[in-house]
Design a protein around this ligand. Structure first.
Ligand SMILES: Nc1ncnc2c1ncn2[C@@H]1O[C@H](COP(=O)(O)OP(=O)(O)OP(=O)(O)O)[C@@H](O)[C@H]1O
Ligand SMILES: [Mg+2]
Length: 269
């Protein structure tokens, strides 16, 4: 009889975290500060990509304070709440949004508990998404504001990380904080800045330069500018009408700027 004992499992093997692979076709939309236009930009990005013929899934990853469905006037019968309760598979919670030509995974608003989702459960959701993402050309994650654990964990799934900021100093400070923690978590991260609600393109570029300078000075790297989106009253008009900007005001300044940002994005994604 052999006296060799099988190796004892190490505690590391037992408690190893479930890793979610980075998904090259997943684009996260984050900001740090709330209210800068993440959800509106995510929807318009989805509309623009879909209009170019891409298969797009918009995932409302603002767990607990979801509002993609509110901006689009939808009342989805199924949402992520059912998935997290184990009643639905992720694919079963997808709602087609025919007016925009893309699919939506609706969040569940008003359930603060979803924001407290434990890491292994969130990782399970990420792994399910990596299966579902294969059916799409692009998956867009509309993240919640802030840089808490859930936001950071979900953001790590994305192959491309977009950070939305305005010229407002608090928005810029929070965007910098987001860039910093994500860069520390993954120095190879593909991070691009979207300056939203800019008075002019030139102003937006100046806003980007001040953020890029801070990143360069203090973090030793510089994120790229994806695009400048001008402030446009038609954005609020479309949101009030609970419809996408592209179907209501396809030639508006903001729609034109998002289309330009998409051109830049597709050059490299
Ligand atoms: N380019 C723009 N021009 C004019 N108004 C804009 C523009 N982008 C966003 N807004 C306005 O900003 C408001 C907030 O947008 P939105 O809800 O998308 O922000 P958010 O970052 O997702 O907020 P939260 O952090 O609460 O999720 C909208 O009601 C919209 O009217
Ligand atoms: Mg939002």
């Amino acid at each position: 009889m052999s006296t060799k004992m099988p190796p004892r499992p190490t505690s590391k093997a037992v408690s190893a975290p479930i890793r979610v692979p980075k998904m090259h076709n997943v684009i996260s939309v984050a900001s740090g500060k709330g209210g800068v236009g993440k959800t509106w930009f995510s929807i318009t990005l989805a509309e623009t990509l879909a209009k170019r013929g891409a298969r797009v899934l918009l995932f409302d990853a603002d767990l607990g304070l979801a509002n993609v469905d509110v901006q689009l006037g939808l009342t989805p019968r199924r949402d992520l709440g059912g998935v997290l309760q184990g009643r639905l598979g992720l694919g079963q919670a997808v709602t087609p949004y025919d007016d925009g030509g893309f699919d939506i995974l609706a969040g569940r608003s008003g359930t603060g508990t979803l924001a407290q989702i434990p890491p292994p459960k969130l990782a399970g959701l990420g792994n399910d998404l990596s299966g579902l993402a294969k059916q799409y050309d692009h998956v867009i994650l509309d993240l919640g504001a802030g840089i808490d654990r859930v936001v950071r964990q979900i953001a790590c799934w994305a192959g491309t990380s977009l950070v939305v900021t305005t010229a407002d100093p608090t928005s810029l400070t929070d965007a910098y904080a987001y860039v910093k923690v994500m860069h520390q978590a993954d120095p190879e991260i593909d991070m691009r800045i979207v300056v939203n609600q800019a008075d002019t393109k030139r102003d937006g570029e100046r806003t980007f330069q001040s953020l890029a300078k801070a990143c360069n000075n203090f973090l030793g790297f510089q994120p790229q500018l994806l695009g400048v989106i001008r402030r446009d009253r038609k954005v609020a008009d479309a949101i009030r009408a609970q419809t996408g900007l592209l179907s209501r005001h396809p030639s508006s300044d903001a729609a034109t700027d998002v289309a330009k940002a998409v051109e830049v994005l597709l050059e490299e994604v």
